[in-house]
Design a protein around this ligand. Structure first.
Ligand code: PEP
Ligand code: MN
Length: 349
């Protein structure tokens, strides 16, 4: 780190900072400028955090050179992380982007869920998503069918072979949920639920971690770091839009810059969810195309057999015929981009 002292800092202030740094094993070089004194300090920030140094009298600013997300960072691991599933599907690196599709919430109509799963399989999608435990803004809205929904998803997997993704909201449910699905999702609202991050960090299951609507890219990567720090490196990031001021036409603003930025900063795969990002079914196709072009490792989208009667997020869910048309065009684009994606990821590193 580099410590910039105040113009008014005394010699004692500088010495106090130097002593503290040296006591913690830092190698220190002091530059006495005409106006400000700067201290270069090389060492392990786990023993002395930048926050503690910035609290010292006479310290103006502490600049951290290395990113704070150590395990998730490209500096630690230059090659892309690839997450591989038992059926050979892979997410990340130079593998072709995956499609994760399904209803926002699984409702009691198993036939409807199977219609979606069958269409997904037919169109070459890899994953069926479905909400069993729903994080709803209002307590009066549908909260999810819990284990009953997971049983229906497992049945749909038996019939189609699709891999399963569902959200976990409480660490107590994690063992039960992990018995049914291939990937657990941490929803946007829980991105900084550190106890939950720790719990999935201790589990041995891939995790889709969604970006909180009001969180920075740095906070997003630090949330991933919590999971990795606790032992689970199988993290798939998901950009799903950030809080917008223009909520008349879109639910959130889809921050597609996050994709190349994260590819530059981190080796983890990143997918994009245009359904929650936009809240509008007509925007799913254009924003999915854009996401593929900027190098996303996958697309998550909501699909329902009867969106008008869906118990959540019907407005942003594709009905099956429209889903088939959209996926057909996205698959064509995905094939065209296969070569370009290699170039893209090489360029951003
Ligand atoms: C979801 O994927 O079902 C969901 C609730 O999304 P988000 O956490 O991104 O709002
Ligand atoms: Mn939803």
């Amino acid at each position: 780190m580099i410590i910039v002292m105040e113009r008014t800092a005394t010699k004692e202030n500088v010495q106090r900072a130097v002593n503290l740094l040296e006591e913690h094993g830092f190698r220190v070089i002091v530059h006495e400028g005409d106006v400000h004194t700067c201290i270069d300090a090389l060492g392990d920030k786990t023993t002395l955090t930048p926050g503690r140094v910035s609290a010292l009298d006479g310290v103006k600013e502490v600049k951290v050179i290395r990113e704070p997300f150590r395990l998730a960072s490209r500096d630690r691991k230059s090659e892309d992380t690839v997450i591989e599933f038992s059926n050979g599907v892979k997410i990340g690196g130079k593998n072709r982007p995956v499609f994760i599709v399904g209803p926002c919430s699984v409702d009691s109509d198993y036939a409807g869920l199977l219609q979606v799963a069958t269409a997904a399989k037919e169109m070459g999608c890899e994953f069926l998503r479905g909400g069993a435990f729903k994080p709803r803004t209002s307590p009066y809205d549908f909260q999810g069918l819990e284990e009953e929904a997971l049983k229906m998803m497992a049945k749909a997997k038996e019939e189609t072979g699709l891999l399963l993704v569902t959200e976990v909201m409480d660490s107590q449910d994690l063992p039960m949920i992990s018995d049914y699905v291939d990937v657990v999702q941490i929803g946007a609202r829980n991105m900084q639920n550190f106890k939950l991050l720790k719990a999935v960090g201790k589990a041995n299951i891939p995790v889709v971690l969604k970006r909180g609507p009001a969180n920075t890219i740095r906070e997003f990567l630090l949330a991933a770091e919590h999971i990795m720090y606790n032992g689970n490196e199988q993290v798939i990031l998901c950009e799903r839009g950030i809080r917008t001021f223009d909520d008349k036409y879109t639910r959130n603003t889809l921050d597609l810059t996050a994709v190349p930025v994260i590819k530059k900063l981190s080796h983890l795969p990143i997918i994009v969810d245009p359904s929650h990002a936009t809240g509008q079914r007509y925007l799913i196709e254009p924003m999915s195309k854009a996401a593929l072009v900027v190098g996303a490792d996958g697309i998550m989208m909501e699909v329902h057999h009867d969106p008008e009667n869906a118990l959540s997020d019907g407005k942003q869910s594709l009905p099956i015929p429209m889903f088939k048309d959209v996926i057909k065009r996205l698959s064509t684009l995905r094939d065209q981009l296969e070569y370009d994606k290699t170039c893209l990821s090489a360029n951003v590193k």
